[in-house]
Write a protein that binds this ligand. Structure first.
Ligand SMILES: [Zn+2]
Length: 317
């Protein structure tokens, strides 16, 4: 599916092979989407969307706003990045980000908002350890929120063309991240299973992974070095070994939550809230089960979830 998307991208640009820096641009040459002007507008629109999904979600952001627990706008000298920081004692988290008016910032705000809702729902648990969530659980909350909110994104966009572009970007991103997660996971397993490997062997292995999972419609001539060391950009390899597959697990879980919501929204939201309220008082499969998800990553399940995303993608293309 990703190959097909990558091929279409190149074809739209009138090329068989594209430049490495052209893989994420709009192939029709359209200007970037501008969903909001400043952090205030981003917050107010997100608040109304959250309220629409579930009044409690809107209340969470409202409380954070009143307590000045939101630092959203990008400014000179501000550290890059975005995160929700749980404050276990007070039970009201803090969101830090660098919003600059892009669709990516909308996704980040909603993502961090999902983490924030998780903090609120688990704040009354007895032990801090219960609120300290493993990423399979934490990212399920945030990634699901991104997808659950998507049907309300018209609050950010004036016309269907822009709205569909934003949704398409989101769904294509979901499909594209899975082979990248597979690449990083395979790479670090190989590294640790072959501790005596040479630099040359490592380069060769990375190249093999690029053949299997990379974009075959990119011409890397003149930039081979960049491709060889592309793994340098994944900080998890250096700082948190073997902590990356969790994103794949959560992403697949989030697709499941979204799929449930399209069938029975009320039940899906109730199940999602019930799962988040558990914090980390149960094992991960039980938490997934509470969210009405199968904790199953067989090719059959992955295929069916990916086909679902592909079908939704068609409806906005
Ligand atoms: Zn997250």
């Amino acid at each position: 599916m990703v190959r097909k998307i990558q091929k279409e991208h190149a074809t739209k640009m009138g090329k068989e092979l594209i430049n490495p820096w052209d893989s994420e641009i709009d192939p029709d040459g359209k200007e970037p989407l501008v969903p909001f002007q400043d952090g205030k507008e981003l917050l107010n629109t997100t608040k109304s969307i959250f309220k629409d999904i579930d009044p409690f979600f809107g209340d969470c952001l409202q409380t954070m706003d009143e307590m000045k627990h939101l630092d959203l706008d990008s400014k000179a000298g501000k550290a890059p990045g975005g995160y929700n920081y749980p404050l276990y004692e007070i039970g009201v988290p803090f969101i830090f980000m660098n919003a600059a008016g892009a669709q990516r910032d909308v996704a980040t705000m909603i993502h961090e908002g999902g983490h924030a809702v998780h903090s609120f729902l688990s704040r009354d648990l007895d032990l801090t350890s219960f609120k300290n969530l493993p990423s399979e659980v934490a990212e399920l909350a945030s990634m699901s929120m991104e997808l659950l909110s998507m049907e309300k994104w018209d609050a950010f966009y004036d016309n269907d063309d822009e709205l569909n572009r934003a949704k398409k970007e989101q769904l294509v991103g979901i499909l594209k991240v899975l082979p990248w997660i597979a690449t990083i996971d395979a790479f670090q397993h190989w590294i640790y299973e072959n501790p005596m490997h040479t630099r040359e062997e490592r380069k060769t292995y990375w190249a093999t992974l690029q053949e299997n999972y990379g974009n075959p419609f990119v011409d890397w001539s003149g930039y081979e070095e960049s491709r060889t060391y592309a793994w340098h950009r994944q900080l998890h390899l250096f700082e948190v070994p073997f902590y990356y597959i969790e994103y794949g697990i959560s992403q697949l879980g989030a697709i499941g939550v979204w799929k449930n919501a399209l069938q029975d929204k009320e039940k899906a939201i109730a199940d999602y809230k019930a799962a988040l309220t558990l914090g980390y008082t149960k094992d991960i499969p039980t938490i997934y089960k509470t969210a009405n998800l199968k904790f199953d990553f067989s090719s059959k399940t992955v295929q069916s979830l990916a086909q679902f995303v592909q079908k939704e993608l068609k409806s906005v293309s």
